[in-house]
Design a protein around this ligand. Structure first.
Ligand code: PGA
Length: 253
């Protein structure tokens, strides 16, 4: 059975005090995950160790980095390597978020390299894909997203591919309050699974968690997560509000 995952993407928000307070508010005894469910917190780099300490010992709760660099080490001022993340016990890393693709020019090819180093250092990548509004309006989103997968993921072996989590995030739904309908999410998730099926076979396609992202909130999480090919969500804005994110975690299948 595929893992069901509620992943918080805090982006560039919160001070350390506010970050700790938010985690304290979320980590209440009412939150209990079953063995098949995970909660992941993609926090800013400076808070990774603090957050990891808070989550330490709480089953199925993990921190994630929001990015890492494509090179292993060296003269890359300002960058953070996969090995550094591994060395401080980070288990997950978000790669290819649309904001990184747009503001930092991350290409499908660069993301293929980042995914390689992430796997080399035993990080589980949460690989983001998704189309902009112009592509959705032209109704070419299926081809667009398939190409993102092809150029960043198709070089992997079946074994390695199964270590990756995919997040489908239509760019027109991120931070806009405009969510894809649950039917639109299901349609794309089924398409992504078919793309994986055609390249890697049924077992691989059936085993990969595909999260939906884009204006997920307490009021719509249940309906979106209940779709058969949706395995949870990558959540920005609503992950910064404790009650919202608690409800989102509780909405996991
Ligand atoms: P949002 O962000 O939930 O605020 O739309 C999602 C994301 O960017 O991962």
């Amino acid at each position: 059975m595929r893992k069901q995952i509620a992943a918080a993407n805090w982006k560039m928000n919160l001070t350390i005090n506010k970050a700790e307070a938010l985690l304290n508010d979320i980590l209440t005894p009412q939150i209990k995950l079953n063995a098949n469910q995970l909660a992941v917190f993609a926090v800013p780099f400076p808070y990774l160790q603090t957050a990891d300490k808070k989550l330490n010992g709480i089953e199925n709760f993990y921190v994630a980095a929001q990015n890492c660099y494509s090179k292993k080490s060296g003269a890359y001022t300002g960058e953070v390597s996969a090995e550094m993340l591994q060395s401080i016990n980070v288990k997950y890393v978000v790669l290819g978020h649309s904001e990184r693709r747009e503001y930092f020019d991350e290409s499908n090819q660069m993301l293929a390299e980042k995914l390689n180093v992430a796997l080399e250092y035993n990080l589980t990548p949460i690989f983001c894909c998704g189309e902009p509004l112009s592509i959705r309006d032209a109704q070419t989103q299926n081809e667009f997203v398939a190409k993102q997968l092809e150029e960043s993921l198709f070089h992997f072996s079946k074994d390695d591919l199964q270590k990756i989590v995919i997040a489908y995030e239509p760019i027109w739904a991120i931070g806009t309050g405009k969510t894809a309908t649950s039917a639109q999410a299901q349609e794309m998730h089924a398409h992504l699974r078919k793309v994986l099926h055609d390249e890697f076979g049924k077992d691989v396609a059936d085993s990969i968690s595909i999260l939906y992202g884009g204006s997920v909130k307490a009021s719509n999480a249940n309906e979106i997560f209940s779709q058969p090919d949706v395995d949870g969500g990558l959540v920005g804005g609503a992950s910064l509000i404790a009650e919202e994110f608690i409800t989102i975690i509780k909405s996991l299948k």
